[in-house]
Write a protein that binds this ligand. Sequence first.
Ligand SMILES: Nc1ncnc2c1ncn2[C@@H]1O[C@H](COP(=O)(O)OP(=O)(O)OP(=O)(O)O)[C@@H](O)[C@H]1O
Ligand SMILES: [Mg+2]
Length: 504
Amino acid sequence: MTDQQASCLLEMRGITKYFPGVKALDNVDIELDRGEILAVIGENGAGKSTLMNILGGIYHPDTGKIFLDEQEVAIDSVHRATQLGIAFVHQELNLSDNLDVAANVFLGREPRQTEFLRLIDRKKIYHETEKILKRIEMDCSPRTLVRDLTIGAQQMVEIAKALSINARILIMDEPTSSLSRNEAEQLFKVMKELRLQGVGIIYISHRLGEVKEVADRVTVLRDGKVSGRLKREEIVYDNMIRLMVGRDIEKFYHHEHEASTTPVFEVRDFLVPGQPNKPINFTIHAGEILVVAGLVGAGRTELAHALFGIDEPLGGAVFLDGKPITIKNPWDAIRAGIGLVPEDRKLHGLIVEMAVELNTTLAGLDRYQTMKMIQFDQVRSITHEMVQKLNIRLRNINQVVESLSGGNQQKVVLAKWLSLHPRVLLMDEPTRGIDVIAKEEIYRLMEQLASQGVAILVISSEMQEVIGIADRIIVMHDGEVSGELQHKEQFTEEAVVSLATGGK
Ligand SMILES: Nc1ncnc2c1ncn2[C@@H]1O[C@H](COP(=O)(O)OP(=O)(O)OP(=O)(O)O)[C@@H](O)[C@H]1O
Ligand SMILES: [Mg+2]
């Protein structure tokens, strides 16, 4: 062992992990120093979360060793990982909706008033939580119920929870995937502060621009193996892509379709629940990609939910191809030809305990029935087509969705709606958690749908995506449409941000 290795905070050596039918990790080595931000990147399904789940005590490796401060440790439970000072912000949110922020932050580790009485010390919980929230500049009361927070804010609660254990090692599995640019910047500030305090941070992200911004070093995984390591000065886009994919790729996405002027989806004086005084008006034309930009919490998801019938609107009218339609629940929407790729795939998108093939065809099962019998060969062939189109990585289509990697689960949500051939497709953060290569595939698919005349509404918080894919942009602020950008020349980050923060 060299001197340099000996000073490591963390080493994982020769980690191998099998799942039924896949070798998820193959002899992986990583090391992390004190006060270092190590980014772990790789395509969807490369093994990043599996490696972190091993470090976090959730999975046990088949072979391999873990050293903390040169001491070999056995991390056989989440509890043990926490004791060792390893905190984990998971890719999927893990909060209890019906508890408040403070209760979530201290869940399972509630401080007691006295050793003898063992009563939970609520005062301390609120006080400590307030301090942590202040530290991450999160403007919310520790008494807010988690279910009343946006996904972005919920993600910040996860981070608060991780900070509350005074971690030596902080694992963040795609912490920014549902954060706005501002929130992400806030998080980077916190990460840099922790780095100064000597915390080692492992940061997983598909946003390569952010990796370049914050990482001290990068380790790249490909098909369960380390395909390369990059030092600070080597962290550039091309190097990252080459190690991720194993080849160079040319610039991918080209905006080619022409939006028409034929209105397909018209929304008039539409009132989203909770916003009785803020009527929303917009039109999407055939073959048009309308992007709804705005900060997290601006009311975009609520709008999509009301349009799709998840929540009933308070008023207004919706027209499809010139005819008024009434949508009281998602089935009405589906029958009318409207699809929704939801932001929260676990809540509204997928039944993760069920097979991939059932999930992809769920919303349209009545189409694959003859005399009440499901035509499974049809279900299968549609699923195979989608798996190929979206390049979903799986062993077979009757695998449960739960056993897919996060990004591949998101692709199953897309498959579910694409297979219905909707007339109007509402997409709420559709590329969240998707690797750069698959992202391009999804943009290409949107392009294809637009060329076929589908009206597409995309809610996106990723500026590059907003500007890259839009034919037109409307921006929401505080439940209202605060402005519209009609021409490509107007699509700039400044213009969007200014409208998103309430400017004109
Ligand atoms: N519980 C499980 N059961 C079976 N297979 C699994 C399980 N968890 C992960 N896998 C498989 O292990 C491989 C690695 O998955 P992992 O979740 O680590 O990928 P990832 O790099 O985190 O991808 P993403 O960027 O999509 O989150 C994939 O092939 C996945 O299907
Ligand atoms: Mg993952």
